[in-house]
Design a protein around this ligand. Structure first.
Ligand code: EPU
Length: 342
């Protein structure tokens, strides 16, 4: 266990916000985490507790007056291997992309399109991370947690996690209550590439690869290239990936927008709902590449807000509000952050 006081969170948030936590605790086993929680109960300590992963989806508005928890557990274990499927238990503290690389190297398939998403494995199960037509929930079968109020272990089936678009029960009714310790994935021994996302087939063609010859590591590398092309590297320019969620709106609302913007990109969700890219709306509002003080809108992808240097959480949230107001007045749609404000 690593325990520190008055700790700078700079290395723990990809926005690069210089906030501090009163305490910072990293644990190396489930037992250590349980002991920590039980000690708090014994001490009658009700101070705020926040479990973080890679800090790639957080915006610190203030110093954190409480304890930040982080897992240092890093194990990947096969729990079963049956027919076409391998079942793997992965520690929450492993960097997500290290796990994707490990899976591709092991010839376990499914996660290729989720390559290079920042963050750790635990967050993938909270946030239901997604990209290029795949979502973590497509591969998660259950999630092991520790109850931060009692120290007890609880297993959640994927159904119990109530996964939706960038959402789960860990972000809604059980927000902050459970720490994810392990995520159980089911991957396939057969490679069936998911090439539905617009642009993927074109990228394969550009790379001179025939669809039927495509390997999982080639697909992973293509995804990595696409991401690097469009998304800023947090080590260079602080950011938290997509800042907003893409709103899911009634089809009738979309039809109204399409009358004014016949080229409006959109994806069908179901018969009555359409998902509309927030990045496109933000760009239409003229925000792409613009800044408000030290907070900016990334020049290549308007869904990404960036720290242009020494921005505070408040600078970023001011920019967020200005964008929300403009999108709402132009399109009549409220967009909401995907990033968690702390
Ligand atoms: N678009 C614009 N202008 C922009 C950005 C996008 O017009 O500045 C348009 C694009 O031309 C395209 C559409 O919007 O027609 C969608 O853009 P893109 O494919 O870049 O994806 P996105 O909807 O902006 C989502 C995810 C990303 C994920 C990509 C690819 C969310 C909130 N974001 O972005 O996830 O990588 O699709 O699948 O769903 C993340 O969550 O941090 C993230 C990066």
């Amino acid at each position: 266990m690593n325990s520190q006081d008055n700790y700078s969170l700079l290395p723990h948030n990809t926005f690069g916000i210089d906030a501090r936590a009163t305490h910072f605790v990293e644990y190396d086993s489930v037992e250590e985490l349980q002991a920590f929680v039980r000690q708090r109960i014994e001490n009658g300590d009700n101070s705020p507790l926040l479990h973080i992963g890679g800090g790639s989806n957080l915006l610190f508005l203030n110093n954190f007056e409480g304890t930040i928890l982080h897992s240092r557990m890093k194990k990947i274990e096969v729990t079963a291997d049956e027919n076409d499927y391998v079942y793997v238990r992965v520690s929450a503290g492993i960097t997500w992309d290290d796990w994707v690389q490990y899976a591709v190297d092991s010839n376990w398939y499914g996660l290729e399109n989720l390559s290079l998403i920042p963050g750790e494995v635990g967050a993938s199960a909270v946030q239901n991370i997604g990209a290029y037509g795949s979502e973590a929930k497509d591969f998660i079968i259950f999630v092991d947690t520790v109850d931060l109020q009692t120290g007890e272990i609880r297993h959640f089936t994927a159904d119990e996690c109530q996964y939706g678009y960038r959402n789960s029960i860990f972000k809604t009714s059980l927000r902050g209550r459970y720490a994810v310790t392990y995520v159980h994935f089911r991957l396939s021994h057969s490679f069936r590439p998911n090439l539905e996302y617009g642009g993927l087939r074109a990228a394969i063609e550009r790379a001179g690869i025939e669809d039927y010859n495509l390997t999982a590591s080639q697909l992973r590398n293509l995804i990595i290239d696409i991401r690097r092309e469009k998304l800023p590297d947090p080590a260079v320019l602080g950011n938290a990936g997509s800042f907003f969620m893409n709103p899911i709106i009634p089809r009738s609302t979309f039809e109204r927008i399409a009358r004014d913007y016949p080229q409006a990109p959109h994806y069908d969700v179901d018969a009555d709902h359409v998902k509309i890219p927030a990045g496109w709306m933000i760009e239409q509002c003229g925000w792409k590449g613009r800044a408000l003080g030290p907070a900016g809108v990334y020049e290549k992808q308007a869904l990404v807000l960036v720290n242009l240097g020494d921005a505070t959480g408040k600078n970023i949230s001011n920019l967020c509000e200005a964008i929300q107001a403009d999108v709402e007045s132009r399109f009549g749609i409220r967009i909401y952050p995907e990033v968690n404000f702390i």
